[in-house]
Write a protein that binds this ligand. Structure first.
Ligand code: ADP
Length: 301
């Protein structure tokens, strides 16, 4: 099979591992920098040109679209869809997952457990916004943040008010969330592939840090999920329409709550913590599903 990995950086652990696993399983794998693709969307035969040549006979793509390149990246994925190339994560689902607010609305609609969350544009009624999540302490998040940057714990009502005012003064979109103290600075990363969780790890924040991001000095360990946690992760990925997803859960007093569903989950942390060949499983899944794929129901653009 011909598989194209859409990635800006061939040196990234995840990209390298997927290429390696694909080749081990006998596929022809190419890394394509999607930012250097251009598209012919006017002809009857949609094409993608890369390095001056049309990309032909690709059977499947693995999109690894950077968060800041979602707009162009999803356009390239969409073009592959028009060409009937299999993608485990479709462009629609990737776009959906990149919008934190939209994601939470979708998950809420599907009855997936979430932290109590408030969102507002205007700040005239900050008190009301703080009240919706049960008052301080609370967590304030920049909608555009990643890797824990822009996630603030406000311990008091006054701190919450100041931070909300400051963020809003910068015209940033924010959401306000109940603080899940009982999570103890840890979260669970559940790697969902199809309708299974294939690997899971617990990330624990550094001493005194409520954010568990590995980029913020946290550490990771393999963990066995409860049936409820497994079920929540699978339902979250399904609600978002993602076949490959990193679902982040917090253990709260009211059961597992989803913080985020990531459409390009990294492989390094999870493979190293669990010793599971996640890349190999992804390739196996793609090989099986690209053949069986029925794209007739896909929304055409
Ligand atoms: P990012 O997408 O930037 O990583 P997250 O929303 O995942 O931001 O938050 C970063 C970390 O902060 C999480 O992994 C978690 O450990 C912690 N965190 C986020 N929201 C809450 C919350 N409501 N209660 C407790 N801890 C939280």
């Amino acid at each position: 099979m011909k598989i194209a990995i859409l990635s800006q950086n061939p040196a990234l652990y995840s990209t390298k591992r997927l290429k390696e696993a694909g080749e081990e399983q006998g596929h022809d794998v190419r890394i394509i920098n999607y930012l250097r693709c251009y598209m012919n969307i006017t002809s009857k035969k949609p094409t993608i040109v890369y390095g001056g040549k049309p990309l032909e006979n690709v059977d499947a793509i693995i999109p690894r679209i950077g968060a800041s390149k979602t707009f162009y990246g999803t356009a390239v994925v969409r073009q592959f869809e028009l060409m009937d190339v299999f993608s485990p994560n479709e462009s629609q689902a990737i776009s959906r997952s990149r919008d934190k607010l939209r994601s939470m609305q979708i998950l809420a609609r599907e009855g997936v457990g979430l932290p109590v969350t408030g969102f507002a544009h205007a700040t005239q009624d900050i008190d009301g916004l703080i009240d919706t999540v049960g008052g301080a302490p609370l967590v304030i998040k920049l909608l555009e943040g990643t890797q824990g940057i822009g996630v603030v714990l406000a311990e008091t009502y006054q701190a919450a008010k100041s931070v909300i005012e400051a963020f809003r003064g910068l015209d940033a979109n924010i959401l306000v969330q109940e603080f899940i103290k009982e999570a103890g600075g840890a979260d669970l990363r559940c790697f969902v592939l199809g309708d299974q969780v294939i690997a899971a790890m617990k990330r624990q924040g550094a001493q005194g840090e409520f954010r568990s991001n590995l980029h913020r000095g946290g550490n990771a360990q393999k963990i066995a999920l409860s049936p409820e946690e497994t079920d929540t992760a699978i339902r979250a990925a399904k609600a978002m329409g993602l076949k490959i997803a990193g679902v982040d859960l917090l253990r709260s007093n009211h059961g597992p709550v989803v913080m985020e569903v990531n459409s390009s989950p990294g492989l390094e942390g999870i493979e190293k913590a669990t010793q599971i060949d996640v890349a190999g499983k992804i390739i196996g899944f793609i090989a099986k599903n690209a053949v069986e794929a029925d794209n007739s129901n896909r929304i055409k653009y």
